[in-house]
Design a protein around this ligand. Structure first.
Ligand code: SF4
Ligand code: SF4
Length: 339
């Protein structure tokens, strides 16, 4: 399908039409922007920088019930993700869309996770290109992304001032574009060229970068390096850098039981927590922040690329922006390169 134009004064009507699906869009909650399900287009905040919590939570909820059980009854009442219906995530950043394709590797590897994969199948991703990098700590171009990247997106919107240029990238995106077709018009000649110019300027505007070549091989050789103690000294073990990372995917499974009934839940976990690797014997193979920080960096930049061929970081900058003690992944990687 050819590029389309969605005028900004038609965006609310288009969102209203899309709200017949399970529609998630960036919305303000106090001073924080989060992706949440919206019914009223006025709740959406499309001129945002980036959300504090990445939209991964739509396909991989922070807590979800997998099934319910009852003592003496062998039948499990399993969650039927299909019932959630067609879902649209509208306005996510290209890095966050790319992050989902990285997380896909984990959930379709040795075991195909039916909950996650069904949600992914039901979900259409409508991206919002970063005309201006959302933060000074964005470094997507260093790790395989682009401010106008299209990987894993079905539609891409480019903010052209008074209007959005809408690029249709997949059949799924084409179907969604048809749904809101009456609010759009054909893009005029020259619109794509203008978008290309904006894309070049956005890439130029990224102020931070790292040369990742060789890091994957270098990290295992730095296993005993004193740098891990140095870079983790201030860490509080709060887990923010992992909870709010769009590619982090660790989870715990717990059974909650009351009387004769219970449910099995899955919830986000973090390798930055001491308990994460604590054995029942009391032994902990990652007993201090040093080992946990080494694991976090090595997993993203060495173990995951070794297994799946892609760095498990999309350069969104959240872990840098939101760490309460200003621990900076690019500074750590810089030390790894220098070591
Ligand atoms: S956000 Fe900062 S303080 Fe918290 S666990 Fe991560 S590195 Fe440590
Ligand atoms: S490691 Fe940091 S910069 Fe990389 S994707 Fe995660 S939160 Fe974003």
């Amino acid at each position: 399908m050819a590029d389309k134009i969605l005028k900004k004064d038609k965006a609310a009507e288009a969102l209203k039409e899309l709200s017949k699906f399970r529609l998630f869009a960036p919305a303000k909650s106090d001073d924080v922007v989060l992706f949440r399900q919206i019914e009223d287009p006025a709740e959406a905040c499309l001129d945002y920088a980036n959300s504090t919590v990445p939209p991964k939570k739509v396909v991989f909820p922070q807590t979800e019930t997998l099934f319910r059980f009852k003592l003496g009854n062998p039948e499990l009442r399993e969650k039927n993700v299909e019932e959630e219906g067609t879902t649209v995530i509208f306005g996510l950043r290209p890095c966050d869309a790319r992050a989902m394709s990285i997380v896909d590797n984990l959930f379709s590897w040795d075991y195909e996770d039916p909950y996650y994969l069904k949600r992914r199948e039901l979900t259409t991703l409508v991206g919002m290109a970063c005309v201006t990098p959302p933060s000074v700590n964005c470094f997507c171009a260093s790790v395989g992304g682009e401010p106008f990247g299209t990987e894993n997106l079905d539609l891409l919107l480019v903010d052209m001032g008074e209007e959005y240029l809408v690029k249709v990238l997949t059949d799924k995106g084409g179907k969604l574009a048809e749904t809101i077709g009456s609010f759009m018009e054909n893009a005029p000649e020259g619109a794509a060229a203008k978008a290309e110019e904006l894309a070049g300027a956005a890439r130029e505007a990224l102020s931070r970068s790292i040369d990742t070549s060789g890091i994957e091989a270098k990290l295992p050789a730095l296993w005993d390096s004193p740098l891990w103690k140095e870079v983790s000294a201030a860490c509080l073990g709060c887990g923010i850098c992992t909870y709010l990372c769009p590619t982090c995917h660790c989870f715990d499974i717990q059974d909650e039981v009351e009387d004769a009934e219970g449910r099995r839940c899955r919830m986000w976990d973090s390798c930055m927590f001491r308990e994460y690797t604590l054995h029942a014997s009391g032994h902990n193979p990652r007993p201090t922040r040093k080992e946990r920080t080494r694991n976090r960096i090595s997993h993203k930049y060495s173990y995951f690329p070794g297994k799946f061929g892609v760095i498990a970081c999309v350069g969104c900058g959240r872990c840098v922006n939101l760490c309460p003690v200003n621990i900076d992944i690019l500074e750590i990687l810089g030390k790894v390169v220098e070591a």
